[in-house]
Design a protein around this ligand. Structure first.
Ligand SMILES: NC(=O)c1ccc[n+]([C@@H]2O[C@H](COP(=O)([O-])OP(=O)(O)OC[C@H]3O[C@@H](n4cnc5c(N)ncnc54)[C@H](O)[C@@H]3O)[C@@H](O)[C@H]2O)c1
Length: 334
């Protein structure tokens, strides 16, 4: 990965939500690449111990004054925006929470950036913008038809960013992640959500605690009847953010990119691989499908490969599960 160019002063980057799962892995990658990082996070789901030595400002994205104060008292060259709510299922019953935190929070950030002339932004979008895809693998040209307030909030901000570029020259890279998974290979940071809704940590918890996991639906039109998803290692995602910042430093245009491994695995395949990697049984029961869960979501990341030179290096299922298991084992899984 490229270091910030010698001779240039180090770029100063604000990372919102930088104490969260993908954020903390990205903060580590940015620091290693030579960027000077400041984190803004309300710690609702973040872990300050995952960003040791990094300046942390505790605040809410919805608090426009607090956010403006941060821009008044610091100088930034760029922003990476992770902060937000991210449970599609919950968003269906709590749209107000998702629109306030994700849309109002995101717009507050854009306003502060425009007012202070900060014109580079990397935004955490999501595969949730696609809803039920017509074709697999999903390319960036696929229709944007979100099926949840969460997906709507991401799609809205992507569209708003296009207008911020048009009117104010704010250049952005919106990264549509598929399923982030795995942990830092050194096991210093990893996934720690409460409640946890992501499949791989839930399978590992089922293994560690002998408590059955619920598989939501085994009647999908897939080879084994369970839903298929694209899992991408969080360290690969972190690297893509550094590359996206490098892109914005060297190009004067905005982009939307998918980030996935390009391979799909069913829920049962994940369970089997977790059993193989850990050498232990994963107990599970089968429940009903969850409303709005598509059968198959697999990314084409060809555009990210072409534009950013990004290729996932750690996104084999074995690497994802073994790094997640090592992290959970080190940190006492329960
Ligand atoms: N994890 C995934 O598989 C995945 C997939 C697609 C998109 N995303 C998006 O990536 C981003 C990061 O995801 P993650 O899994 O690291 O989530 P996370 O919950 O671990 O991290 C989010 C961080 O933002 C902070 N935060 C949340 N709302 C805030 C607010 N209103 N003000 C200030 N801080 C706030 C939290 O405390 C947390 O530290 C999110 O925007 C999410 O929607 C994640």
């Amino acid at each position: 990965m490229s270091k910030v160019k010698a001779g240039n002063r180090p770029e100063k980057v604000l990372v919102t939500g930088g104490a969260g799962y993908i954020g903390a892995h990205t903060v580590k990658a940015l620091s290693e690449a030579g960027y000077h990082v400041t984190v803004f996070d309300d710690l609702s789901r973040g872990h300050p111990e995952h960003i040791p030595g990094i300046p942390l400002i505790i605040g809410l994205m919805e608090d426009d004054k607090a956010l403006m104060d941060v821009f008044e008292s610091h100088e930034f060259d760029a922003v990476i925006h992770f902060a937000g709510e991210s449970q599609a299922g919950e968003s269906v019953t709590k749209p107000d929470k998702y629109f306030r935190r994700n849309i109002i929070g995101g717009l507050n950030l854009c306003s502060a950036m425009v007012r202070k002339g900060v014109n580079k932004l990397v935004f955490s979008s999501s595969a949730a913008v696609y809803g039920d895809p017509e074709e697999i693998p999903i390319t960036e040209e696929a229709p944007v038809r979100p099926k949840s307030p969460y997906g709507e909030s991401k799609a809205f901000l992507e569209k708003a960013l296009a207008w911020y570029d048009h009117a104010y020259g704010l250049k952005s890279v919106s990264l549509r992640y598929f399923n982030a998974a795995g942990a830092d290979p050194g096991s210093t940071i990893g996934e720690d959500h409460e409640p946890e809704t992501h499949l791989i940590p839930l399978v590992l918890r089922a293994i560690a605690t002998h408590t059955p996991l619920t598989v939501y639906g085994d009647d999908y039109p897939t080879p084994d009847g369970t839903a298929i998803r694209d899992y991408v290692h969080v360290t690969d995602l972190a690297e893509a953010h550094v590359r996206a910042l490098d892109f914005l430093r060297n190009n004067n245009r905005s982009l939307v990119l998918n980030l996935g491994s390009g391979k799909g695995y069913s829920v049962l395949e994940i369970i089997r691989e977790a059993e193989r990697v850990t050498g232990k049984k994963a107990p599970y029961t089968v429940g009903k499908r969850r409303e709005g869960d598509p059968a198959v979501l697999v990314a084409s990341s060809d555009k990210a490969a072409q534009v950013l030179g990004w290729k996932p290096r750690l996104s084999s299922l074995e690497d994802i599960i073994s790094t997640a298991w090592a992290w959970h084992a080190k940190n006492g899984l329960s």
